[in-house]
Design a protein around this ligand. Sequence first.
Ligand SMILES: [Zn+2]
Length: 339
Amino acid sequence: MVLTVWEQPSAAAVAPRVSDFLCDLPGPVAIHLHGHDRSRCRVLVTLLHGNEPSGLEAVHQWLRSGKQPAVDTVFIIASVAAARTEPLFYFRQLPGKRDLNRCFSPPYTDNEGLLAQAILQHIDQCQPEAVIDIHNTSGSSHGFAVATSDTPAARCLVGLFVDYLIITDLQLGSLMEQPLACPVVTIEAGGALDDAADFVASAGLGRYLMAPHVFAEERPLTLFQHPYRLELLQHSRIDYADHGLRDRDVTIRKDIERYNFAALEAGAALGWLGEEGLTHLQVVAGDCSHPVEEFFQVRDGILSARSRLHLFMATTRADIAASDCLFYFVTEPVPVSES
Ligand SMILES: [Zn+2]
C-alpha cells in the first residue's frame, strides 16, 4: 500500500523525539484520531517536502500530548523517505525524484504521482470539512498562507495560523489546486530553521483541532493577490554572495531573505548579473510568462526592481532557487478588514 493507515496511536506509542518518531514511521502514513464529534473530520497534510519539519513537529507534539481533537482528525505525513535521508530534514525530495507537491495533477505514472493520487483518494474517502497543508519556507520568513481563492472559509482557516494570505492561480500541480470537496489552504509556517515557525505550526494546529467550529470566526488578514515567480532558466548558474561572482550568470545578495515580507524599493540592488544580463531569468504568473524587463532592470551589472516590490519565499539555497524559483513577488499588498 502506498499510504499506510495508523489508527488511534496512543501517546506511549509515539517516540519522545521527533527524529525517532520520523524513523519509526512505515513510510507515507495517514494517522487517524477519533474526535469528540465523530460525525465530522478534518485533515492535516504535512511533510510534502522533506526539508520542512514544522508541521511534523506540531503533529508529533499533539500525538505525544494524548489530547482528543474536537472532531475526527487525519494527519497525512508524506515525504518520509526524503525527510529521513541524512542529513535529516535536508532534502525537499529524494535526489533525482520529482517534487511531490508538483505531482497532484494527473497523469499519475511515477512513484511520486502514485503517492499524490493515494493522498487525494484518502482525503476523498475521509470527506473532511477542511484540509490544511503545512509547509516551511526554505529561507527565513514570517508565516503566511496560500490559497487559490479568497473565500470566507479560507480566511477562517488561515486566521487560525497566520495573518498574511497570498492568493495564487499558478498551476504547479500542488495539493491545494485540486478540486477537493472542501476548503484547502497551504500554511507556510515560516523558515525551516526558524524556531518561530514551529510555534506558528503547533499553536495553529492546536486551534484547528480544538475548535468545535473552524468556520465560525474570520480574523483580519493582509492579502497579496496573484504573485509572480522569478525563475532561473534551465542550465543557468546561480549563487549567493555580497558581490558579483565571475563564474555565475546570476549572483543574488546573500541577505536576500531579509526582504521576505519587507518592501524592496525601486532601484535597490538585488544582486549582480553576468554579461548576458537578464536573459537567464524569467517571470511567470499563472500560465504565462512576462518580460523580465517589466519588473527588473540591470545597470552596471547590478540587478534591481523597477518599482516597489514585496518579496516572499526568497531563499539562499541555490539548488532550490534553480529547481523551483528565486522568489515570489507582488507589486503592492491589499489590506483587508473583517467582512
Ligand atoms: Zn513546501
